[in-house]
Design a protein around this ligand. Structure first.
Ligand code: X8Z
Ligand code: ZN
Length: 609
């Protein structure tokens, strides 16, 4: 504008703005044609790729070095990405009416579903949305709890998580739980503004609200997806109920009245995790009396003083053992593996396909724990997916659906059995026959305990996006869902001054969550399929595909498809099935379920008097 008004000749001054506004970026002028559609898609893919590199680098910098300026730069880049995708989505509309090939139609659908928060087509609102999102993510990443009683001392999230994981002192647990939740209220109002803006953007993209946009990414009508989630939840709920009952009894044994509530809910702070989403940190309290559970991996890793790079190398060696490539040198040079001492970073683990070729990276703050070793496998699952679909066209460079992306590394980590750990020299001492139940319980405390949490986070957001839950009920609605699905209660009474949903990374960073619920089912379905493929005949929880190239080849075949086909096709390649199916979860944990139900009867007789 400035340049035009000062220097441009009069004709240009009059003509240029109109011509610029009307000039399409990738669409042909005149009536849409099939040739035009082909050109449009190729052009859109090129523009999206170019933009992705710029925006991703800016976000990488912002989340690795949280400062006022990196936030502003990242917000600007994400504003420009949103502008681009809005423009391309608009331009794509006339082509959708043509007789496109299935592949072309799929690409246009993926273009429309791409953004997790499309911006309204208004420059000021677009900028505001990006700024709000960057500032919520930064506030979460830089969040500290500074107890008023400890002058000047502040705690990071990982320090508070460690208290939740290790302390058995009810007061320390409660303080850490409440302490982390003092961070999120600062962006509660921003969150409700974000909801307004992103909903407006979603409506302009043709969806009723942002929740409908999110639910439309599963190759089925958006209104069918919640029914699918509920179907899967009902399949696994009896298993969860058995685990919940057992855990509650054991916590009552340990903590007495601190754990006992008349409504049967478990106080959240006693479950070993900041969000009560995975419970294996309290395994020592729940461990069966009988049998030898084998060596404690946490202790073994701690004793070996393995750093983040060493843990990631162990995870990489699993992938190479099934025949996948080793990671490029740049991965090791450019990733972040441990929390830096001198700056704020978003420590929540993530994997990045920076140039969508082989500049792949991790950003994690690893500590030498069993949980973090599993997370390293999880993240490398993303990285190997990125590498496998790098040759797909831009719009297909993503998972078959987002649940697939989250399931890959977890699925391989199911093969990280005590036997495998021994073969890697990480532990020496294996569980005995009776100790198998303990191993299975430990795993259920992560995988089964997670299921209702994985389900409820987006139940909450779907209600928020649809307007069924208004800002003045954010917190009450969150705890209603936690009670209903997880069967847990807050550590202390909560109010609408709090913003407990926002204490979870994925809410602050606007990452959809139903994907993790799906992944926790899919990973067992994948695992069972590969174990059958390699002819394993024993109980599913004892199978390991480590070192098996046949299993790796099958996996690679599915990964390389990216999103080029509807997800049931990808599922069929791996499993021969076209439906997500939780029976593999039930099969995997069947011996544990029998054991839990017997224990629960015994404990009920003792404790429910
Ligand atoms: O966010 C993650 C990964 C990165 S995609 C570390 N997970 C969820 C969480 O931490 O809440 C993995 C399991 C669930
Ligand atoms: Zn992930």
């Amino acid at each position: 504008m400035k340049i035009l008004s000062l220097a441009a000749p009069l004709a240009l001054l009059c003509a240029a703005p109109i011509a610029q506004a009307a000039s399409p970026l990738c669409a042909e002028r005149g009536a849409p044609s099939l040739a035009g559609a082909k050109h449009f898609i190729a052009c859109a893919e090129r523009k999206l790729s170019e933009d992705y590199l710029v925006a991703t680098r800016a976000e990488w910098l912002m989340t690795n070095f949280i400062t006022f300026d990196t936030q502003a730069l990242s917000a600007d880049a994400s504003r420009d990405s949103n502008a681009l995708v809005t423009r391309l989505e608009r331009e794509s509309r006339p082509y959708r009416k043509l007789a496109l090939s299935a592949e072309q139609r799929r690409k246009l659908e993926l273009l429309r579903q791409g953004p997790t928060a499309p911006a309204p087509d208004d420059a000021a609102k677009r900028a505001e949305l990006s700024t709000v999102l960057a500032s919520m993510q930064s506030a979460y990443g830089a969040g500290r709890w500074c107890p008023p009683t400890e002058a000047g001392r502040c705690y990071t999230l990982d320090q508070l998580e460690e208290v939740l994981a290790k302390s058995r002192d009810p007061k320390a647990l409660r303080d850490a739980w409440v302490g982390w939740r003092t961070v999120a209220p600062s962006y509660r109002d921003k969150y409700s503004r974000f909801v307004e803006l992103a909903n407006e953007g979603a409506r302009e993209f043709g969806y009723k609200d942002l929740g409908v946009l999110w639910r439309s990414g599963y190759d089925m009508p958006a209104d069918k997806f919640p029914g699918e989630m509920e179907r899967l939840w009902q399949q696994v709920k009896p298993l969860y109920d058995s685990l919940h009952t057992y855990t509650r009894y054991k916590l009552i044994e340990k903590y007495g009245d601190e754990a006992r509530r008349a409504d049967g809910l478990i106080p959240s702070q006693l479950l070993g995790n900041m969000w009560a989403q995975e419970w294996s940190n309290i395994f020592p309290l729940l461990k069966p009396a009988e049998g030898d559970a084998g060596e404690d991996l946490d202790a073994a890793l701690e004793a070996r003083k393995l750093d983040g790079v060493a843990l990631t190398k162990i995870a990489e060696s699993f992938f190479t053992s099934v025949g996948l490539r080793s990671l490029p040198d740049t991965f090791w040079e450019r990733s972040l593996f441990t929390r830096p001492r001198d700056r704020d970073v978003v420590c929540h683990a993530s994997a990045w396909p920076i140039d969508e070729k082989d500049d792949v990276r991790l950003k994690m703050c690893l500590r030498p724990t069993a949980g973090d070793l599993i997370t390293a496998h999880h993240e490398l699952g993303h990285v190997y997916y990125f590498l496998a679909y790098a040759d797909q066209p831009k719009l297909f460079r993503t998972g078959a659906n987002d649940g697939f992306h989250e399931a890959i590394g977890d699925m391989l980590a199911l093969s990280v059995t005590p036997g495998y750990l021994k073969s890697k020299g990480l532990i020496e001492h294996l569980p005995d026959e009776k100790g198998q139940i303990a191993v299975l319980l430990n795993r259920a405390l992560d995988k089964v305990a997670f299921l209702p949490f994985g389900y409820m986070v987006d139940q909450w957001r779907w209600q928020v996006f649809s307007g069924a839950v208004k800002p003045d009920h954010y917190n009450a609605a969150w705890w209603d869902l936690a009670a209903k699905y997880q069967g847990i209660a807050p550590a202390v009474p909560r109010s609408e001054k709090d913003f407990d949903a926002g204490s979870k990374y994925h809410v602050a960073a606007n990452t959809p969550y139903a994907r993790y619920f799906l992944a926790h089912i899919l990973q067992f379905q994948f695992h069972r399929a590969l174990c059958r493929e390699i002819g394993f005949k024993g109980p599913l929880h004892q199978c390991s595909i480590a070192g098996n190239k046949q299993a790796g080849a099958k996996l690679q075949k599915m990964l390389a498809m990216g999103a080029s086909r509807p997800w049931p096709d990808a599922l069929e390649v791996m499993t021969g099935q076209r439906e997500v199916d939780a029976t593999a979860v039930l099969e995997y944990f069947a011996p544990l379920k029998t054991w839990l139900d017997a224990e629960n009867k015994r404990l009920a007789a003792q404790l429910d008097k």
